[in-house]
Design a protein around this ligand. Structure first.
Ligand code: PLP
Length: 378
């Protein structure tokens, strides 16, 4: 088995999550919208999962809308809010380091007549509150700033950023796909009106996610069909997927504090080891609050594609950035937004750890990295 250090791309299904899903794939079924017994059984399972997800986010179950993943949740939040608020304004603000599912959706809205501002970030990837405040106009209807960045792991000061929005009743969306299950994500404390998450980043199944929609916030659906999810997300429920998401959310919430401390200790060991191998290594975002599992490292003078490929050949799975950008050439929009020197940006390797990452795996990764660095020279 390879040593898997790419949990920000996707995290393996937890055995208990699989166990909870299996009955709904074999033996038990039902369309949760049907009025008969099997339908009611299915609906009960969906509602239990809704309560479990709400528990992780500290919201009401009625405030959870199930989606087909984080990408869809982000699209529903942005497009749904803009279309619902069109009469009130036409200005949307996103940060320059958002995931493509936010950025490209916002760009598409700009093509349809909305005004778009991309907020710059500092060298740690953080949005400065003053820069948000100065971007607001009387026409601003929505601000979308991610909770934690998928490439470098830095955590935005959402509470502080949201202050300026509450005064003006501007909707605040946050993409918490990477932070949920790794750090506390409490929608009330964060002050979010809309928040996205994805099951497969918290050891749940791929292709299912959720959007928190604060009670009283209205969105226009982006899909049209039946009346599921109060008409906001039509389509027959992905029953087993939703059950899996619920279980994953429950387990993530229960183990959060212990797992975060463990991950941070493992990540710090990895970084210490890398510093010993390559004293010139630069750890992106390390001065800012960061996800406990993520380490984005520049290896000056090295080519990250070659490093990642050589590590992969030796059974260590890491990445050079976001999995969905792995076909792109050159530095990602995130690294560009940090103002990172392009040569340095081409040397970045992202290590993202999981709860099952062991001490032995960290030691083996360091030993392999040492060999790869020695072989490849400069
Ligand atoms: N947002 C962030 C920050 C992500 O990292 C990802 C996936 O990598 C997504 C959104 C998209 O989620 P999904 O893969 O469930 O569509």
């Amino acid at each position: 088995m390879p040593i898997y250090l790419d949990h920000n791309a996707t995290a393996p299904l937890r055995p208990q999550v699989l166990e909870s899903m299996l009955p709904w794939l074999q033996g038990r079924w039902g369309n949760a919208s049907s009025a008969h017994g099997p339908g009611r059984e299915a609906l009960k399972a969906v509602e239990q999962a809704r309560a479990q997800v709400a528990g992780l986010l500290n919201c009401r179950p009625e405030e959870i809308v199930f989606t087909g993943g984080g990408t869809e949740a982000n699209n529903l939040a942005l497009r749904g809010a803009c279309l619902a608020r069109r009469k009130q304004g036409d200005h949307v603000i996103v940060s320059a380091v958002e995931h493509h599912s936010v950025l490209r959706c916002a760009e598409d809205l700009a093509g349809q007549g909305f005004q778009l501002t991309r907020l710059p970030v500092d060298e740690d990837g953080l949005v400065r509150p003053e820069s948000l405040e100065s971007a607001l106009t009387g026409r601003t209807i929505l601000v979308s700033i991610m909770h934690a960045n998928n490439e470098i792991g830095t955590i935005q000061p959402l509470q502080r950023l949201g202050e300026a929005l509450r005064k003006r009743s501007i909707l605040f969306h946050t993409d918490a796909v990477q932070s949920a299950g790794k750090v506390p994500v409490d929608v009330r404390r964060l002050g979010a009106d809309l928040l996205s998450l994805s099951a497969h980043k918290i050891h749940g199944p791929q292709g299912v996610g959720a959007l928190f929609v604060r009670q009283g916030v209205s969105l226009r659906p982006i899909l049209h069909g039946g009346g599921q999810e109060s008409g906001l997300r039509p389509g027959t429920y992905n029953l087993a997927g939703i059950v899996g998401l619920g279980t994953a959310a429950l387990l993530a919430g229960r183990g959060l504090a212990v797992e975060a401390a463990y991950l941070e200790a493992q990540r710090d060991r990895l970084e210490q080891g890398i510093r010993e191998l390559e004293p010139r290594a630069v750890f992106l975002g390390a001065a800012a609050p960061r996800l406990p599992n993520t380490s984005s490292v520049c290896f000056p003078g090295r080519d990250n594609q070659a490093l990642a490929a050589n590590l992969d050949l030796r059974g260590i799975a890491v990445s050079t950035g976001a999995a969905c950008g792995s076909g792109d050439r050159g530095p990602s929009h995130v690294l560009k937004a940090l103002g990172l020197d392009p040569a340095l940006a081409r040397s970045v390797i992202r290590f993202s750890l999981g709860g099952s990452t062991s001490m032995e795996e960290i030691s083996e990764t360091l030993a392999t990295l040492k060999a790869v660095l020695a072989e490849s020279g400069r």
